[in-house]
Design a protein around this ligand. Structure first.
Ligand code: SF4
Length: 475
């Protein structure tokens, strides 16, 4: 049976908020379109570029920063390295000058208000997140390409296969949880060890370890930054950032100049249940407030759900005494495999499956990783993932004003706490008596996604998005 090979670095990608499907994906698509122009040696002849957004990208693209991401992508900037505090000034420059420097090399007239079109009543059949680029050259020739942003920052071009690390033959091919269990039983390896063996097919282990530690560096810097950033979130809803106030209250007003001293301060507060609960919420709020502010985040597996895994991993490090590189690497390897299985068996795109595909999947990933880290068996880790998703089934995506703020930010706190509860339940249970399998819940999630009305799939046409009377200024 063929399998899609997905690496830990396909699941965890460094990027910019607020959305992996609506920001990171379109940014990558714009970069890929530029690559086509460069390969065909016509970049210097281009006089016009038009971008058409369809379906969910058109409906919630403004709130999710899709137009901003496209302009940065067309400018040749990279989401991993571009200084996030320059985003707004660069976008303002393009709007004022009505020009864009394609790939940083070739200037053309470009007015984002006219050259990026939000076609809210049109969608393409393959996927709700579609966008087309159309370039015209001075000779009158034109070149068009359509891309699909299929969730978690993954992008595919019309007609091509899914762009992951799939061409590599892995020692332990995995499509389902049963496959993963099979390899664990056959080899006696833990989940994270099976995943590392597969990663070794792509690169030396040292490189994988360093790459994962770099992912964690970005995650923890994001938590720390978010815990000290005050003010209102952008977009017009005037949502007040809460992580900084909570951080200050929990630390009794004490200031810590860097992440390491801050973590010592957090740990020194003890293990009271409410204290820990507040911190888990604080970690998750911090990440998603950064995400909503176009901050640097890691898709886990998406941006909207970017706070769940860092919050649970930070909880594991601080309150379960696991601040060791090996433990962190193992946690992220196991989490990534669970995310891959969900992607293969269902979806990690809210435009396809609602919020169960984002927060639900991230919670399941975190639950499995925490369970294994806490000494659970492979089957208990899988059981924890199942429990976490079982209690997110049917969760809709209905962001108010198309912004990744309400309900998204708080929802990450819920996903993190459910992951911890699911892990604890699994650690206290025998998987022999479980009635629902992880593969069973993945299939159920996919069936539920297919039955879900499009209003609840990242369109802002249902749920909270229509029942909360908030008005936004015209963009
Ligand atoms: S409601 Fe959930 S899926 Fe939708 S944008 Fe917010 S976090 Fe993402």
């Amino acid at each position: 049976m063929s399998h899609e090979a997905i690496s830990v670095f396909d699941i965890f990608k460094i990027g910019v908020g607020p959305s992996s499907s609506h920001t990171l994906g379109p940014w990558r698509a714009a970069q890929r379109f530029l690559q086509t122009l460069i390969k065909k040696n016509i970049l210097q002849d281009v006089i016009e570029v038009k971008v058409l957004l369809y379906g969910s990208l058109a409906k919630t693209g403004r709130g999710h920063g899709t137009d901003i991401a496209i302009q940065l992508g067309l400018s040749g900037d990279d989401p991993v390295t571009f200084e996030v505090n320059r985003i707004h000034s660069k976008i303002a420059d393009i709007a004022i000058m009505r020009k864009v420097l394609l790939s940083g090399l070739h200037e053309i007239d470009f007015d984002p208000r006219e050259d990026i079109e939000f076609l809210i009543s049109e969608s393409l059949p393959f996927h709700p997140n579609a966008l087309s680029f159309l370039a015209t050259t001075k000779n009158g020739d034109s070149l068009a390409e359509t891309y699909y942003s299929i969730g978690g920052g993954f992008v595919i071009k019309e007609g091509e296969k899914i762009s992951t690390s799939q061409s590599t033959q892995l020692p332990f091919p995995i499509n389902t949880n049963d496959d993963l269990l099979h390899w664990c039983i056959k080899t006696g390896l833990a989940i994270h060890e099976v995943v590392m063996e597969n990663e070794n097919a792509w690169r030396p282990e040292k490189e994988t370890r360093n790459g994962i530690l770099n992912i964690w560096r970005v995650m923890k810097e994001c938590i720390y930054r978010g815990c000290y950033a005050q003010g209102l979130l952008p977009g017009g809803l005037d949502v007040k950032r809460r992580a900084a106030d909570l951080n200050k209250r929990l630390l009794a007003g004490k200031n810590f100049p860097d992440y390491d001293s801050w973590i010592k301060g957090v740990r020194s507060g003890g293990h009271d249940f409410k204290y820990i609960l507040d911190w888990v919420s604080c970690f998750a709020l911090a990440v998603n407030e950064e995400n909503a502010s176009f901050g640097r985040v890691v898709t886990a597996p998406t941006n909207g759900a970017a706070g769940v895994i860092p919050a649970v991993l930070q909880y594991y490090i601080v309150f379960c005494d696991s601040n060791k590189e090996d433990k962190i690497i193992q946690f992220l390897l196991t989490a990534s495999e669970i995310g891959s299985i969900f992607k293969k068996g269902a979806t990690i795109s809210a435009a396809m499956g609602g919020c169960q595909a984002e927060i639900g999947v991230s919670s399941a990933m975190a639950a499995a990783a925490l369970t294994e880290g806490m000494g659970g068996t492979q089957r208990q880790a899988m059981m924890a993932a199942e429990i976490a998703m079982e209690h997110h089934l049917g969760m809709t995506c209905d962001p108010i004003g198309g912004l990744v703020q309400i309900p998204c930010i708080e929802r990450n706190t819920m996903g993190a706490i459910k992951a911890i509860t699911a892990s604890q339940l699994a650690l206290q249970s025998s998987p022999d008596f479980a009635k629902v399998s992880l593969d069973g819940v993945i299939k159920t999630m996919w069936d539920t996604a297919k039955d879900m009305d499009h209003k609840y799939k990242e369109t802002s046409e249902g749920g909270l998005a229509v029942n909360v009377p908030l008005s936004l200024p015209e963009c």
